[in-house]
Design a binder for this molecule. Structure first.
Ligand SMILES: *Cc1c(COP(=O)(O)O)cnc(C)c1O
Length: 405
């Protein structure tokens, strides 16, 4: 394949983010295709035996097997790394494959992890159920409370793990303070950046060591494929993540990587417009929801307790907000009255989608666990899409009326 400037870091690292999103990582074949090629291949052939021996010895560049490298996947990895400001990135089969790999690759029996209490349901399952089975201690804290992170540190604490804003409570972590604290104690910070993406916040700019992704969400952005990614320093990716990944195989399929590459080209436009739409829709209904006894949660609304922090560390506050309408019955009545907004538990899609976390994304947790993290019976989460804001507001107003709000 012909290497183009898209793979030359001495050039691409000078590009501004919009250019990196469209051209970063592009690696053209001899046909000179404009759109990235899709390499649906598991294996590779070699011209002679010495070449293959050199590649396996790590002494020559080149592909050997798609669990180890694939050209389409490599383009996605390079583009995500550039956009994140990371030295290296490895694609994963899904967001949960990424979170599992980012944690298990570096933890051993006897280590301790501190995680954010408010988190995606499966991320909490890793902390509450999976890691303890292998002798890894875990504790969870109120992630908005900087002193709680400090108080949770033990001599064997190896990793801090959090998402910000959190799914679905929209709690915000003070990234600079928490990453500084981790660094002072030799703790590795792993940030799940699925809700915001590099278009809206870059955790490494605040001192995070590892950024892990569900690329299924805003990166694809059109609800098509599952994919994930883990970003870090070149040394950490090569020496800590890769031995785990190459031998356990949570790889991203080339087709999925290709779809994500196409999504990355428009990520910033979508993330900013969807954030604007989320704030506009939130503002349009907030008074009415509050008057009816409900509450709104979006870091872009002044009513959010961490509004100032969120707007300081984010370029825009993201497409997702939550509202608490008081009871499951009211929440279900509202969902059932929607005409335009889909009843769906996905996020990051260009379509507006709404769900009831307590009976869907967080149904696997105990009722006490949900209550502790703020996932109440009346909580609804909405991913605001790219539709006309007037149509979205009309649909929400109609559904709120039907639910008696
Ligand atoms: C969806 C999501 C995940 C899991 O990603 P999948 O691609 O569905 O495996 C992890 N973390 C957060 C914050 C998410 O929203």
């Amino acid at each position: 394949m012909k290497k183009t400037t898209g793979t030359d870091r001495s050039i691409t690292s000078r590009w501004r983010p919009a250019t990196q999103a469209v051209r970063g990582g592009t690696w053209r074949s001899e046909h000179g295709e404009t759109s990235e090629a899709l390499f649906l291949t598991s294996g590779y052939t070699y011209d002679d035996a010495q070449t293959v021996a050199d590649r396996f010895a790590g002494e020559a560049e080149g592909m050997t097997y798609s669990r180890l490298q694939n050209p389409t996947v490599a383009m996605m990895e390079e583009r995500i790394a550039l956009m994140e400001g990371a030295e290296a990135c490895r694609a994963q089969a899904s967001g949960m494959a990424a979170m599992t790999a980012a944690l298990l690759c570096q933890l051993s029996a006897g280590d301790h992890v501190v995680g954010a209490r408010a988190a995606f349901g499966s991320c909490r399952w890793l902390l509450d159920s999976l890691l303890p089975r292998f002798g890894i201690e875990t504790s969870v804290v109120d992630s908005a409370d900087n002193s709680a992170w400090e108080a949770a540190i033990r001599p064997n604490t190896k990793v801090f793990f959090f998402e910000t804003p959190a799914n679905p409570t929209l709690d915000v972590v003070d990234m600079q303070a928490v990453c500084d604290l981790a660094r002072a104690h030799g703790i590795v910070t792993v940030v799940d950046n699925a809700f915001a993406t590099s278009a809206l916040q870059r955790p490494m700019d605040f001192g995070a060591d590892v950024v892990a992704y569900s690329a299924t969400k805003l990166m694809d952005g059109q609800g098509r494929v599952l994919a994930g990614a883990v970003c870090g320093s070149k040394e950490w990716i090569d020496e800590v993540l890769l031995p785990f990944q190459r031998n356990t195989g949570p790889n991203c399929a080339p087709f999925n990587a290709w779809v994500v590459l196409k999504g990355l080209e428009t990520l910033s436009l979508r993330a900013h417009r969807q954030s604007e739409n989320a704030v506009a829709l939130g503002q349009a209904i907030e008074d009415r929801v509050v008057r009816a006894g409900g509450t709104m949660r979006h870091p872009g609304l002044p009513s959010h307790p961490q509004h100032a922090l969120a707007t300081a560390q984010m370029a825009a506050t993201g497409p997702i907000f939550a509202l608490d309408v008081g009871s499951r019955q009211t929440a279900f009545a509202l969902l059932d009255a929607l005409e335009l907004i889909d009843l769906s538990n996905n996020i990051g899609d260009a379509r507006s989608l709404m769900c009831h976390p307590a009976s869907t994304t967080h149904a696997g947790m105990s009722a006490e666990g949900r209550a502790e993290m703020g996932v109440t019976e009346g909580l609804l989460r909405i991913n605001v899409g790219l539709e006309d804001i007037a149509d979205l507001t009309e649909d929400m107003d109609r559904a709120l009326s039907a639910a008696g709000m």
